[in-house]
Design a protein around this ligand. Structure first.
Ligand SMILES: Nc1ncnc2c1ncn2[C@@H]1O[C@H](COP(=O)(O)OP(=O)(O)OP(=O)(O)O)[C@@H](O)[C@H]1O
Ligand SMILES: [Mg+2]
Length: 296
């Protein structure tokens, strides 16, 4: 571990690690993803926008990491860089020691909007990546069917996206990402537009899949409740330019009890950190402590 200036233990459940440069390196048994000094500045006709500044992070194999931070702080930009859809202005990202330069099926992305092909059946949507790879039809349909069943939609293989609800379509998007057998699953607010009850169900299903399939997951959310329910670690980003403000490690058994004291303690801490990040953004002090809602 490098440059760690402060380690706080609270109630035996929270480990918060801050560094002098507001960036964190956490040592791990097997580090799959290494993000080193990543910054991203967008240049356009209207001027320059510094989206990310000096991000340093290591993610272990099979780890579930959630990212929260104010709107516009660079979360999507960060995920797009890891997906290879965008590039840092400086710094680099290594996956298993190899620099990421372009998209690859080893990094599956699930977007906030339902990004299915409307003219393809559900099965052919899931099989799309395999088709691109040249996997024979019978084989890719077998694989697609397996993942369709994994997300609880085994009976919908011949339907079209418009015949499914939003939550079901998002499950298809997850199945499609998983069917490519990615090393890393990148999820950008995948449940953001889904009603609270369905969202809770999907979180539970995602955890079951993760426990069965053990992918490394990077998951962006605006919901503290969601982050505490899902993550091994929660990375809190500052307002733009996004920098790592804190990392909260959550060492609680799954499935977590959303109303337990331990979960509430962590939720409260995250609310405080996010409130501070927002206050920094607004230039004013807002006290979020005590706000009961899980989403913001
Ligand atoms: N292609 C682009 N060109 C110019 N500016 C961009 C581009 N993409 C993102 N930005 C800017 O970078 C900043 C970060 O955007 P980003 O989408 O990463 O934020 P975010 O944290 O995902 O926000 P939200 O929570 O609202 O989804 C914003 O100010 C945005 O306007
Ligand atoms: Mg975003």
């Amino acid at each position: 571990m490098r440059a760690v200036s402060d380690i706080i233990h609270k109630g035996g459940e929270i480990k918060e690690i801050r560094t002098k440069r507001l960036s964190v390196i956490v040592s791990a048994i097997y580090t799959m993803l290494t993000v080193s000094n990543v910054s991203r500045v967008f240049e356009s006709d209207t001027g320059m926008v510094e989206a990310l500044r000096d991000i340093n992070l290591e993610v272990s194999d099979k780890e579930f990491v959630c990212f929260i931070g104010p709107s516009g702080c660079g979360k999507t930009t960060f995920l797009r860089i890891i997906a290879g859809l965008d590039h840092p202005t400086s710094g680099e990202v290594l996956l298993d020691g190899v620099a990421i330069r372009s998209p690859d099926p080893e990094r599956g992305m699930v977007f906030q909007e339902y990004s299915l092909f409307p003219w393809r059946t559900i099965l052919d949507n899931i099989a799309f990546g395999l088709e691109i790879k040249g996997v024979p039809k019978a084989e890719r349909h077998d694989i697609a069917q397996k993942y369709l069943e994994l997300v609880g939609l085994g009976a919908f293989e011949r339907n079209y996206p418009y015949e499914l609800s939003g939550g079901m379509r998002q499950r298809v998007a997850i199945a499609r990402a998983l069917a490519n057998d990615p090393k890393v699953l990148l999820m950008d607010e995948p449940f953001g537009s889904i009603d609270a009850q369905t969202r809770n169900v999907l979180q539970g299903e995602l955890l079951k899949i993760w426990q069965k399939d053990r992918k490394t997951v990077l998951f962006i959310t605006h919901s503290i409740d969601e982050a505490v329910y899902l993550a091994d670690r929660v990375v809190v980003l500052s307002a733009r330019p996004g920098q790592i403000r804190s990392i909260i490690e959550i060492d609680l058994e799954r499935p977590r009890i959303r109303t337990s004291v331990e979960v509430n303690v962590i939720r409260e801490r995250l609310l405080g950190l996010l409130g501070e990040a927002r206050a920094q953004e607004c230039g004013e002090t807002i006290c979020w402590t005590g706000v009961a809602a899980g989403t913001d």
